[in-house]
Design a protein around this ligand. Structure first.
Ligand code: CDP
Length: 229
């Protein structure tokens, strides 16, 4: 069967990566978490002190961006790929609230997007990939054979993300998580470069009232239909 590109875009914290990972596993494709790449650049900015009084020093970041290497390495303990920043495993740090609070402004910077989109396109050049993000079906792979746009109500998304953070032992409140995801959606949807937008040919999946198993079944059914065409 010929391999295709599957683009999964949508709002913050609506379970895109859970469904993308599961689909990739079931069909033997590679999963790429494009959000992890923006999160890794953000962590780099925080570690290097590029934020001064909440504002990002763009000149320094522009000069230093060539020194950022992001790779994905399979973790035999979890069976999933971990994100590495300049050779360091940063999988845990990039999921923190500290990174979540700064990632959308970093992801709105044109030269950051240009650099990461180029890497994402190279990762998908051979097809057989499932990539999730905000602009995958519109900018990174506008010719992707299958495009899904995922959404869910903000309250349900905040509840799910809070449970995830709590399970990892990171203290957070429902209000802070809800505020973070609605603010990220606002910045992501209104930026000039690669805004969060539903591709005209995307299939919409609202998973507010779906279990993980149900959403995975729906996704697999859509994949089977598309890949037979
Ligand atoms: O998992 P969650 O929905 O919280 O977000 P993520 O996929 O890890 O993405 C984190 C942030 O990276 C988003 O809020 C966007 O600001 C940015 N992002 C982006 O701009 N473009 C992408 N293709 C993926 C993520």
């Amino acid at each position: 069967m010929k391999k295709i590109v599957i683009a999964i875009d949508g709002h913050s914290s609506c379970g895109k990566s859970t469904m993308a990972k599961e689909l990739a596993k079931q069909i033997g494709y590679t999963y790429i978490d494009s959000g992890a790449m923006y999160r890794a650049v953000t962590l780099f900015c925080l570690q290097k002190g590029f934020f001064v009084n909440d504002s990002l020093n763009l000149e320094t970041l522009k000069r230093e961006i060539v020194n950022i290497s992001i790779t994905f390495v399979n973790n035999p303990l979890t069976g999933k790929a971990d994100t590495y920043l300049n050779g360091q495993n940063v999988e845990k740090e990039i999921r923190s609230m500290a990174v979540a609070e700064k990632v959308s402004p970093v992801a709105a910077v044109g030269f950051v997007r240009e650099a990461l989109v180029r890497q994402q396109q190279a990762l998908g050049a051979e097809k057989g990939i499932v990539m999730d993000g905000r602009d995958i079906g519109t900018v990174v792979f506008p010719n992707a054979e299958l495009k899904i746009f995922v959404t869910a109500s903000p309250e349900i998304r905040a509840q799910r993300r809070l449970a995830e953070l709590t399970a990892k032992g990171e203290p957070a409140t429902f209000e802070a998580v809800l505020h973070n995801l609605t603010e990220r959606d606002r910045i992501d949807s209104t930026r000039k470069d690669g805004p969060l937008k539903q591709a005209v040919d995307a299939i919409v999946l609202d998973n507010s009232n779906l279990t993980i198993a149900e959403q995975n079944r729906q996704l697999l059914a859509v994949f089977n239909e598309t890949s037979q065409c």
